[in-house]
Design a protein around this ligand. Structure first.
Ligand code: 13P
Ligand code: SF4
Length: 303
């Protein structure tokens, strides 16, 4: 099947089955182009509340599809690649959180949405990179456990000096491997460019940046800035989205091979098969889904 025919087939199936395709900003270009909605984790979470469709094809990674199922449990949520996980989410287990709860009984547990469903079931409130600072600042407790990303937690701590934040020692191996020297080199090569980075990067890389932004905030930034050149310090797929939104800007990668293999697993054919065969259907048991949803609902109160 040619790409053009496949695109037509996907559109036909979408209509027949009353489906919506949503995609994270890091997805492959073809997948972003066929999607009805592309966004960051927070925008995708908001989109899931009251979405009008029978089927949601979630092009992203597993924790995102679980989040969609929690927020929109009357819909069928399909994850085209069941092997698209998030290694950061896997740095903490349910047992780890139960032990932490025993150690820090007075703390409020704030979890990045990049966590698996069983972990979400044991925390108080979720956050994304777009609202982490606001949420840590506003929860009514000066004692916080923040998990699982130590880099995002370190970034948040700069803005919330008056609270004790206990960090879990997890990170995103895609962002954390980006070295200060390489990003500094990119800045030297493009002296007039503005550097934007994701808060999952290491603190020394974040210090080099002009702006530290979630992927959704990056989109907003490039639409509003007067800058003609922008160096992008996050997964490469982001540049496709940014070019679409601001074609007048020249974009550069902050580092080579800035790729999340899990986000890149899904291709057009996977989307076609997912819709045709209605797989992989993400279903959690009711108790887990309801417990996990509480933290997401708490987060969405802040918006
Ligand atoms: P955003 O919420 O900024 O889209 O980030 C999600 C993610 O997985 C970053 O690695
Ligand atoms: Fe997970 Fe990192 Fe990939 Fe985001 S970029 S999905 S945090 S591994």
């Amino acid at each position: 099947m040619t790409k053009e025919i496949m695109i037509e087939e996907i559109k036909k199936l979408k209509k027949e089955k009353n489906a919506i395709i949503v995609a994270h900003n890091y997805q492959n270009e073809d997948v972003q182009n066929i999607a009805d909605f592309v966004g960051d984790s927070l925008e995708l979470a908001k989109k899931m509340v009251g979405v009008e469709a029978d089927i949601i094809v979630f092009c992203g990674v597993k924790f995102m599809a679980e989040m969609a199922h929690m927020l929109s449990s009357d819909k069928k949520v399909l994850l085209p690649r069941i092997d698209a996980g998030c290694p950061m989410a896997d740095t903490i287990t349910e047992e780890d959180v139960i032990k932490l709860r025993e150690k820090y009984p007075e703390h409020t547990f704030i979890a990045y949405v990049n966590t698996n469903a069983d972990v979400k079931a044991h925390i108080d409130i979720c956050c994304t990179s777009a609202n982490a600072v606001t949420i840590v600042q506003n929860v009514k407790n000066d004692k916080i456990v923040f998990l699982p990303d130590r880099n995002l937690g370190n970034y948040v701590q700069q803005f919330v000096k008056n609270k004790e934040i206990v960090l879990w020692d997890g990170c995103c191996n895609v962002h954390d491997k980006i070295r200060f020297e390489e990003v500094q080199e990119a800045k030297k090569s493009h002296e007039n460019a503005v550097l934007i980075v994701h808060p999952e990067c290491r603190p020394e890389v974040v210090k080099l940046a002009d702006h530290t932004l979630s992927t959704g905030e990056m989109v907003k930034f490039v639409k509003e800035t007067d800058a003609k050149e922008v160096i992008v310090g996050t997964e490469e797929g982001m540049i496709h989205r940014l070019r679409k939104e601001a074609p007048h800007i020249t974009f550069y990668n902050a580092a080579r091979n800035f790729v999340c293999p899990n986000m890149k697993r899904t291709n057009l054919e996977d989307v076609y098969i997912a819709l045709k065969e209605e797989k992989y259907n993400i279903i959690l048991d009711q108790e887990l889904r309801e417990k996990g949803k509480k933290g997401l609902d708490e987060m969405l109160k802040y918006l």
